[in-house]
Design a protein around this ligand. Sequence first.
Ligand code: S3P
Length: 164
Amino acid sequence: MTAPAIVLIGPMGAGKSSIGKKLARVLGTTFTDSDALVVRDHGPIERLFAEHGEERFRELERLAVAEALARGGVVALGGGAVLHPDTRSDVASHRVVLLTVSEQTIASRLAGTTRPLLQGEDPVKRWREVAEGRRELYEQLADARFDTSTGRIQDIVDAIAAWA
Ligand code: S3P
């Protein structure tokens, strides 16, 4: 069997992609972002949501997640990827890291976001609702948890690398 991947999960804006990229560099392995694979194959996520809806996005995301996990190394999943039952059972055989972020910190990270699920008058309120709704799923899957609200990104990366 190939080595398990290190899979970063967590809500939008938790830092999965930026931390994942640096973590892969520290560990000397590859980095794959499920959102980036969806965009590579199907174009911008905003357009997919607008033209085909969330359900179709989730199907395409599921295929991207399977490809990303097969590559191994460090893998960042889109915040909602864990909604898919096949993804939940697949990640169980990998090493799952939950990245969390406080509501105080998220406001600045979400400024100007184009994420389809956060459009509207109050993106932070929307973020809270979405994150709350998934908290249980994230917790059930996590082998380790790191909060990204404070501290230098490199320190967080080093802490995850030490755990890995
Ligand atoms: C989503 C998170 C996004 C992206 C899409 C839907 C979600 O990824 O997959 O906008 O449902 O939480 P990030 O978690 O990288 O922002």
